[in-house]
Design a protein around this ligand. Structure first.
Ligand SMILES: [Zn+2]
Length: 311
C-alpha cells in the first residue's frame, strides 16, 4: 500500500515536471517574436531539467522511459529557443563599434567584401523588386528604414526581415533640421520600437538622413550606443541615370566599402535597373556581398588577428 502511494506521488511529480517542460516549450514557440526579443533571458530549459532531475530520483524502468522522453522534449525546447534567438539577433553589431561613426570597415585588402545598403524604404514595388534581385543573386544587404514608411507598409518590412537582410534606423520623419535631445529621441526611439514590433529585430544601427552629422540626431544615437553607419560609395541614384549611378558605385568600390543606394522615398526604377549590373560587375572584380554587421564582424576579426600578431 505504502509502495503504491509512493509510486503515485512519484508519478504526480513526474506529471508536474512534464507539464512544466512542455509548458516552457510551448511558451518559447508560441510567444510573439517581438515579446521574445524584449526579454534577453528566455525561460531557462536548463532550470527545468534541473528540477525534473531533482524530482525523479531512482526511477523504475518505466519511470526512466518517461524521464528520457521529458529530457528529449526539454533538449528540443532548448534548441528551439536558442535557434530562434540566433535568428533574431544575428544582425547584432560587434560592441566595439557601438557609439561610433563609420564610413567603411577596415579589412585586410585580400578580403574583398562589400556591403550594399538601401535607404528610405520600405516602399511599394521597388523594395520588392530589389528583394527579388538580391534573392536571385543570393545576397544579403542592409536596409535603413524610415519609421513612418514602415508604419505605412509593415508587410514589406516583414518581407525584408524574413529574407534575413540587416535592418537599421533612418529616423521617423526623414527631416534635415536641427533637433534637441528630446526631438532626436522621438525620431530614433519611435522608429527602433516599430522595427522591433514589426520584425522582432532590435537594431543598433543608425543612419542620419542626408548624412547630416551635426543636427542632434547622431549625437543622440551615439549617446544611446548606436553605431552610426555612413557610406564610402555614394551611387547618387536619386539624381543619376542608370548608367552613371552604376559608374558612381564602381568608381568608389573598395574592400570593406559600404555602398549607398535607395529602395524608397521616390521613383527608384533606375536603381532597380542598375542593381543587377552593379552586382555582376562587382562579382567580376572579386567582391563578395555581406551585410553591414557582417562587414564589421570581419573588421573585428581582422583587428584581433593584428593584435595577436603584435604580441
Ligand atoms: Zn534617406
Amino acid at each position: 500500500m505504502i509502495n503504491i502511494k509512493r509510486l503515485w506521488r512519484r508519478r504526480k511529480k513526474l506529471i508536474v515536471a512534464f507539464i512544466a517542460a512542455a509548458g516552457s516549450f510551448l511558451v518559447g514557440v508560441t510567444m510573439p517574436v517581438n515579446l521574445r526579443a524584449d526579454r534577453p533571458e528566455p525561460p531557462s530549459p536548463a532550470k527545468v531539467v534541473a528540477v525534473s532531475q531533482l524530482q525523479i530520483q531512482n526511477p523504475s524502468p518505466k519511470v526512466g522511459k518517461v524521464k528520457q522522453a521529458i529530457d528529449r522534449r526539454v533538449a528540443f525546447s532548448q534548441q528551439a529557443i536558442e535557434q530562434l534567438q540566433e535568428n533574431r539577433f544575428d544582425s547584432a553589431l560587434p560592441s566595439l563599434f557601438r557609439g561610433t561613426t563609420l564610413r567603411q570597415a577596415r579589412l585586410d585588402s585580400q578580403q574583398k567584401a562589400i556591403a550594399l545598403t538601401f535607404d528610405d524604404g520600405p516602399w511599394p514595388r521597388t523594395t520588392e523588386q530589389i528583394l527579388d534581385i538580391l534573392k536571385k543573386n543570393n545576397i544579403k544587404a542592409t536596409f535603413f528604414w524610415v519609421g513612418r514608411y514602415l508604419q505605412a507598409f509593415p508587410e514589406l518590412g516583414k518581407k525584408v526581415a524574413a529574407a534575413d537582410h540587416a535592418i537599421g534606423n533612418h529616423t521617423w520623419n526623414h527631416q534635415y533640421h536641427q533637433y534637441n535631445y528630446r526631438g532626436a529621441a522621438r525620431e530614433i526611439d519611435r522608429t527602433t520600437s516599430l522595427i522591433q514590433e514589426v520584425t522582432g529585430v532590435k537594431t543598433s544601427m543608425f543612419r542620419p538622413p542626408g548624412g547630416i552629422l551635426t543636427n542632434g540626431l547622431v549625437n543622440y544615437a551615439q549617446k544611446n550606443n548606436y553605431a552610426t553607419i555612413m557610406w564610402s560609395a555614394d551611387s547618387l541614384d536619386w539624381r543619376s541615370s542608370t548608367q552613371s549611378l552604376m559608374e558612381n558605385v564602381m568608381r568608389q568600390a573598395n574592400s570593406g566599402g559600404i555602398v549607398l543606394m535607395h529602395d524608397g522615398g521616390g521613383d527608384r526604377s533606375r536603381t532597380v535597373q542598375a542593381l543587377p549590373k552593379i552586382i555582376s560587375r562587382l562579382r567580376k572584380e572579386g567582391y563578395r556581398f555581406v551585410t553591414v554587421p557582417e562587414l564589421l564582424q570581419m573588421e573585428e576579426r581582422h583587428l584581433k588577428q593584428q593584435e595577436t600578431a603584435q604580441r
